[in-house]
Design a protein around this ligand. Structure first.
Ligand code: DWN
Length: 408
């Protein structure tokens, strides 16, 4: 497909934001890999037909999701709680049949959500292309297939196990370039009364908070109710409910079903109206967003340079995929940020993609705390603030860029 066409409607895209040359968001690497590091031009386009805000160019799924995938969902206790509640919501909903319900999750990662179904003996299946995290799920008793989901995989599952009552996905759908193929697969997988429930970072929050770090190679789409309605509408499905979530700095849970299977909740109508009011369906909104992103970059770089010029030490907290976007777009390297602390073993001892800042274990932060810490995992702020009282008590200060660049 021509790269400047919308992946959903096939209509031309208008480029609205260029975040420059970027490496893989989760491409943490060793020193001897610097020379052959991959990069691409990361720019976003808007389609006036589908209303989809999307990457113009994206690395292949195989480059991003493989046996060394660096992100494990169960690194946050708050997220564990979130998925327990998501699972309870599904189990308590009207959508699961009483007799032998079947729940499928796309991109189940290390089983953080499905373990809440497997522990109760509910028939389930995870589909997870990154083999290392899929293995962790299997060892937790979560039945997981390591595959990229598509219509033929859906047909095979239906032949062998029947259709699903609920098809779940959390922080997954926005990663999939062949969305039309996947939505066809989902439609194939669902019973006539089946539903798909998925959540992803919400475009409305990204625009409102200038959280442009939600844009990176893996996030090919940033969804709104408008774009979700359009893409599922192409396959005979409709939005029946929307539920805002606090996770990842503001997400939306979308519930969709075959057209006419359920009454459409008022929440859908209200959200569509709100999106029109704030302009999520219009090009000008994205042009304004671009100006805010540029301002955020100059504010952050100015602040870091000022702090450094006073001889203070700055580290990063959380080597997130999001941080890759900020560091590379703002050209922030080890001259400004000494190291980034992260609890994920696979990232430790490596260097951040593109800017090559050392990633150190959490111990480094505790034993040798900086004067300032850039909170790259700002979406986990509540959890992190609760456990970093010692850092703050000793005079340590945080820097965030969302919703605006500030020190606290
Ligand atoms: O969509 C995606 C989201 C859900 O997760 C993926 N494409 C990749 C990943 O994105 P991310 O890396 O931006 O996600 P997080 O959840 O913001 O990453 C948090 C990082 O911070 C992890 O590497 C773990 C680390 N961490 C830490 O060092 N100390 C996290 C917490 C809560 C902590 O206390």
């Amino acid at each position: 497909m021509n790269k400047s066409l919308c992946r959903i409607s096939g209509e031309p895209l208008t480029e609205v934001l260029d975040l420059g040359s970027q490496p893989l968001g989760n491409g943490f690497l060793a020193k001897d890999e610097f020379q052959k590091e991959y990069s691409y031009r990361m720019a976003m386009g808007f389609c006036d037909t589908s209303k989809m805000f999307q990457l113009i160019e994206q690395p292949t799924p195989e480059q991003m999701f493989h046996e060394n995938y660096a992100f494990y969902s169960s690194t946050s206790s708050y997220m564990e709680q979130h998925f327990l509640e998501f699972a309870d919501y599904v189990k308590g909903s009207q959508y699961l049949s009483r007799n032998d319900p079947f729940v499928v999750e796309l991109g189940c990662n290390d089983g953080i959500m499905l373990k809440n179904f497997s522990s109760e003996g509910i028939r389930h299946l995870g589909i997870e292309p990154s083999r290392n995290v899929a293995e962790v799920a299997n060892t937790k008793g979560v039945r997981t297939l390591s595959e990229f989901f598509c219509e033929s995989v859906a047909e095979k599952i239906v032949r062998e196990e029947g259709r699903a009552d609920a098809f779940l996905a959390a922080n997954v759908m926005c990663h999939i370039p062949d969305m039309n193929g996947v939505v066809k697969g989902i439609r194939t997988m669902l019973k006539p009364t089946g539903v798909v429930m998925f959540e992803d970072p919400y475009l409305g929050d990204v625009i409102e908070k200038t959280s442009y770090d939600q844009i990176y190679d893996e996030h090919v789409f940033l969804f709104s109710a408008h774009s979700v309605q359009y893409m599922f509408g192409l396959q005979g499905m409709e939005l029946i409910d929307v539920l805002p979530q606090k996770t990842h700095g503001g997400s939306m849970r979308y519930v969709l079903a075959h057209i006419g299977a359920y009454t459409v909740n008022d929440s859908v109508v209200r959200l569509l109206q709100k999106e029109k009011a704030i302009g999520l369906d219009r090009l000008e909104t994205f042009e304004n967003f671009r100006r805010n992103v540029e301002q955020s970059r100059s504010d952050l770089v100015k602040l870091l340079r000022e702090i450094k010029s006073k001889g203070k030490r700055i580290a990063g907290y959380g080597a997130t995929s999001k941080s890759t976007t900020i560091l590379n777009y703002c050209n922030i390297g080890p001259d400004l940020i000494e190291y980034i602390s992260d609890t994920t073993p696979i990232k430790q001892g490596k260097f951040t993609p593109g800017m090559h800042i050392p990633v150190k274990p959490y111990d480094a932060f505790q034993k040798n705390p900086p004067d300032y810490a850039v909170l790259f995992a700002w979406n986990h702020a509540e959890e992190i603030m609760a456990k970093e009282k010692a850092f703050m008590g000793a005079g340590g200060q945080w820097i965030v860029h969302v919703p605006k660049v500030q020190v606290f």
